[in-house]
Design a protein around this ligand. Structure first.
Ligand SMILES: Cc1cc2nc3c(=O)[nH]c(=O)nc-3n(C[C@H](O)[C@H](O)[C@H](O)COP(=O)(O)O)c2cc1C
Length: 177
């Protein structure tokens, strides 16, 4: 069984990125478990002085979750042409240790227009030595209300696309090990 961790870069209760990741978890193919990490909003702001023995518990929880996962899926909004601060903060907690090194990672997209954030996230994650898998799963949920989001994510073609994307990522993970 492959354990895949999913991280949403949006803290919004009705986040389309979080809804996409929850749907990926529900529709994971056999042999894969996708778990959505929910602690980004409780992470202290990264401070290199607080590493090692002083690492805050919420940061340790994130680091352990990423370390223990076989792969990582990330979905995030674009804010002012950038990656949301909360997600960058979470990634910063992973930089000066082994958690990210060679860890397979796949970005997925809930907005068709977040091109600056996509490029920035890819650059950050490549720099951190994640093994990037660019499957380009995109399900356009931008601006949709929760009932519409739920309907789009339940659509048969989208369910299939999500399952195929996670399956392709799982195959990529297995090729890495
Ligand atoms: C403060 C703020 C800044 C934003 N800046 C951009 C932007 O630069 N480019 C863009 O495409 N969308 C921008 N958006 C729109 C969000 O990226 C979009 O609504 C996203 O789908 C929200 O994701 P969520 O539903 O997961 O919270 C911005 C939204 C907010 C709240």
């Amino acid at each position: 069984m492959l354990n895949i961790l999913a991280i949403s870069g949006s803290l919004r209760a009705a986040s389309t990125n979080s809804a996409l990741l929850a749907a990926l978890a529900r529709n994971a193919p056999p042999g894969c478990r996708v778990t959505v990490h929910d602690g980004l909003g409780r992470l202290p702001i990264f401070n290199p002085d607080d590493e090692g023995e002083r690492t805050p518990s919420e940061a340790s929880r994130l680091i352990d979750a990423v370390t223990g996962a076989d792969g990582l899926i990330v979905s995030c909004p674009e804010y002012a042409h950038g990656v949301p601060g909360g997600l960058k903060n979470a990634l910063d907690w992973l930089v000066s240790r082994d958690a990210a090194v060679a860890k397979p990672a796949m970005p997925v997209h809930a907005s068709p227009r977040s091109l600056f954030a996509r490029a920035a996230l890819a650059e950050i994650m490549r720099t951190m030595s994640f093994a990037m898998y660019e499957d380009r799963l995109e399900i356009a949920l931008l601006g949709k209300k929760p009932p519409e989001v739920a309907a789009i994510l339940a659509d048969e073609a989208n369910v299939l696309a999500m399952r195929d994307a996670v399956q392709a990522f799982a195959d990529f993970i297995r090729r890495q090990t």
